[in-house]
Design a protein around this ligand. Structure first.
Ligand code: GLA
Length: 508
């Protein structure tokens, strides 16, 4: 949790901007709520290195160099983060740490030493301009660069949190899942996709919520890559800044918290309204985000207008959220069975985390949700509720669409269709502990090379092995579950990260 200048200021900042925001973190009480790492993004340096090959802070922006800035930030009780790039140049065209274009020596260790000397606690290593030698794949080149920086950071005698942007440079390609599988070996968090919309002084009120929905859409199906200490990063919190209404601000904070995503504010903190500060600093919502289990929420239901999310917390409680992405107000009423608990006799206490309203003994959650708002509760089930079933939608990414949050996923239906998500009965699945995929009491099976729903039994044909990249491999015939909008569900030889074979399962 912390603050970064990029989404609000881009390259328009100086030492003053950074320190003003660091002080505002403390003054607003947001630092006390956990927002403690202040990171300077791109454009802080000169284009060239000095005679010793060291990076040079831009003297116009940082007339006293970088060390006093780090010290001032530490003095406020905050941590200091900095931006660099795994390629020859940063995205803004400044000196990168990576191999120069055409080959040569990298500067990973030299830069890591410089950063440690300044007192850097956090490094965001971007991935523009990464050089791949002839015959070397992009994936291999990125992996070598991030591995090298990770190793360098371990040599400098100072713990530095390592944020990797590598996966974002593979979004939409078959390599994406492979990159997502290796980043966790080298760093603590990683950006998987495109940038959240930045603030533009010329159009300060330009709407930015679609961009929030897009980043949420691509982050949510990646739960299997995340575990406590290794985080998917859905990019900055722009809630409270221009272009975001109070409802949209609540939604971003609730959705990010349901995903246990890093909460990195990127706004002008001195201009935040008291209402925005109370949303960003909401103790209960932040504690859902920071829950030690570190789970990503599971998608229980998706329709064109809404998502129902469910997240297991470390203390035997659960968080539940409903996003209303539609234009009309939404009335929701959720019973225990809708959340996966025993349909009969399950009572629970609940807290509405925005209003603080408590229901000590309830049978259902109810809310009226305004357009673009998100309701969020913490639920404490009584003994009769049992453990929640592993249930929800099974999705794959729709092909060929970009930045279309609503159309981003297709849902698997038990009639064999792969279709727009509507939360129809046929789109409701339970993954059993034995690895069967069950819908309405029947199980998905591979039968003579085809996919069929059968009476549930114990045959291997009804067991599916789920891999990290997201393949569902039938334990009977070893074929991969393949789904397309045109052909529906079929079985095919497992390919390498084929979009039609990559599934997101409940609670993966
Ligand atoms: C990329 C990153 C952004 C920001 C800019 C800086 O676009 O994704 O977060 O760091 O580079 O140039």
């Amino acid at each position: 949790m912390g603050w970064n200048d990029w989404a609000h200021y881009q390259c328009d900042f100086t030492e003053q901007t950074i320190l003003d925001n660091a002080r505002a973190l403390v003054r607003t009480g947001l630092a006390a709520r956990g927002y403690r790492t202040v990171t300077i993004d791109d454009c802080w340096m000169l284009k060239a290195r000095d005679g010793r090959g060291d990076l040079q802070p831009d003297p116009q922006r940082f007339p006293h160099g970088m060390k006093p800035v780090a010290e001032a930030i530490h003095h406020l009780g905050l941590r200091f983060g900095i931006y660099e790039d795994a390629g020859s140049e940063t995205c803004g065209g400044f000196a990168g740490s990576g191999v120069p274009e055409g080959g040569g020596e990298d500067h990973f260790l030299q830069d890591a030493k410089l950063f440690a000397g300044w007192g850097v606690d956090y490094l965001k290593l971007d991935g523009c301009n990464v050089y791949a030698a002839k015959g070397e794949s992009q994936n291999t080149a990125y992996r070598a660069a991030y591995r090298a920086q990770s190793a360098a950071l371990l040599q400098v005698g100072r713990p530095v949190i390592f944020s990797e942007s590598a996966p974002a440079y593979f979004q939409g390609t078959a390599e994406w899942y492979d990159v997502l599988s290796w980043v966790r070996s080298y760093g603590q968090l990683w950006r998987e996709g495109s940038d959240i919309a930045t603030f533009d002084v010329k159009t300060p009120d330009a709407p930015r919520f679609q961009s929030v929905l897009w980043n949420y859409a691509y982050n949510l199906p990646l739960g299997r890559f995340q575990s406590a200490g290794n985080w998917n990063d859905a990019d900055f919190i722009i809630g409270g800044d221009g272009g975001m209404t109070p409802a949209e601000t609540r939604s971003q904070v609730a959705l990010w918290s349901m995903m246990s995503a890093p909460l990195i504010l990127s706004s002008n903190l001195s201009a935040l309204s008291p209402e925005a500060i109370s949303v960003l600093g909401n103790r209960e919502v932040v504690s859902v985000d920071q829950d030690p289990l570190g789970k990503m929420a599971t998608l229980l239901q998706r329709t064109t207008a809404s998502d129902l999310l469910f997240k297991e917390l470390a203390d035997g409680r659960y968080a539940v959220a409903v996003l209303n992405r539609g234009r009309a107000s939404l009335h929701v009423e959720l019973r225990a069975a809708d959340l996966g608990f025993a349909p009969v006799g399950c009572r629970f206490s609940s807290v509405d985390l925005w209003s603080g309203r408590r229901e000590p003994d309830a049978l259902r959650l109810q809310a009226e949700i305004a357009p673009h708002d998100t309701a969020i509760w913490r639920v404490h089930p009584a003994g009769a509720c049992g453990a929640p079933a592993r249930m929800g939608a099974i999705t794959r990414l729709a092909s060929g669409r970009h930045r279309d949050a609503e159309g981003y996923t297709l849902c698997m239906a038990s009639n064999g269709d792969v279709e727009a998500c509507s939360d129809s009965q046929a789109q409701r699945w339970t993954v059993t502990p034995a690895g069967a995929l069950e819908s309405a009491g029947r199980c998905l099976a591979a039968e003579d090379g085809r996919v069929r729903m059968q009476r549930c039994g114990s045959s291997e044909a009804q067991r599916w092995k789920y891999t990290l990249v997201g393949d569902l491999i039938n334990r009977g015939d070893r074929l991969c579950l393949t789904g397309s909008a045109k052909q529906g569900l079929t079985l095919a030889m497992c390919g390498r990260s084929l979009a039609a074979q990559i599934w997101s399962l409940p609670n993966d």
